[in-house]
Design a protein around this ligand. Sequence first.
Ligand SMILES: [Zn+2]
Length: 321
Amino acid sequence: MKLIPLIRKVLLTICVLSHLGCSANSSTAAAPNKPQVRATTLAAAEIRPVAPVTNVTSPEIAATMPEFLSALRNQPAVIGGIASVALNSRSATPPTMLYEQRRVLVLRDGQQWWAFVGIALSAKAGAHRLVDQDTGETYNFTVQAKTYPAQHITVKNQRHVNPNAEDLQRIQQETQQIQAALATPWRATDISPLPLAKPVAGGFSSPFGLQRFFNGQPRKPHSGLDISAPQGAEIHAPTDGIVVNTGDYFFNGNTVFLDHGQSVVTMFCHLDQILVKEGQRVSKGQVIGLVGKTGRATGPHLHWSVSLNKSLVDPKLVLQQ
Ligand SMILES: [Zn+2]
């Protein structure tokens, strides 16, 4: 069996990304509205045909969305998770929902609109609020705390633990660029940006949310999911998107950001090679780069981050099963 050496390798190739703070929020899934049932008996002539409900525009989405939405709605609203909030709007077009002044993803299941709010790891547990920009209607929801396990990592490059003054200046500039990429302006899409396909073949090594200690020193939590893959393995776009940023970052190494629309942005780090350019449109499955170990990484793997409304959330929540 090659399994044991593989596991060993996975443990060795830990990604060291953390950085990226985010705004926070979350909520407990609000109870969906009760269906509006009319008990009145109508004569046949009075019964109006009900227009078929199309909850999605793409046949592919129609096949996969409802099940996926159900799975997402069943997730608790925790920090680093996604809050599902049932909306009262019966509009044919998605209502504009704001969370901390940022527009959030809204998807439809039957006649029911749902807001899916990304809750950052830096969010505080407790009451949070979502607002319908058009009607002013507010929705309160509760975010629960979640304790993620600790992880201790040893890195050889001391500057990756305690950067020098020059490094810090670079990191500061890069943090602004990274935040700007995650804050890509809202872009409406015909198809749902979720679920996302796994971008590279391989097992999961470090999960999302780990509390990180580098050479014994506490650092920001792990804000993505590490997928173990050999150097040079192809990385695929998890769904259609636009390349909003590429660069070589101090911690992240060679990095690609994809905007999938409706505030869903994904980030791919430590690449050996970047094979796309800023502004380029990519299709689901298209190769965007190759796995590497650039930046603060202890070995080749893909660090993959998923952002909703500029909040990094657990990628496993939106992964197509
Ligand atoms: Zn990582």
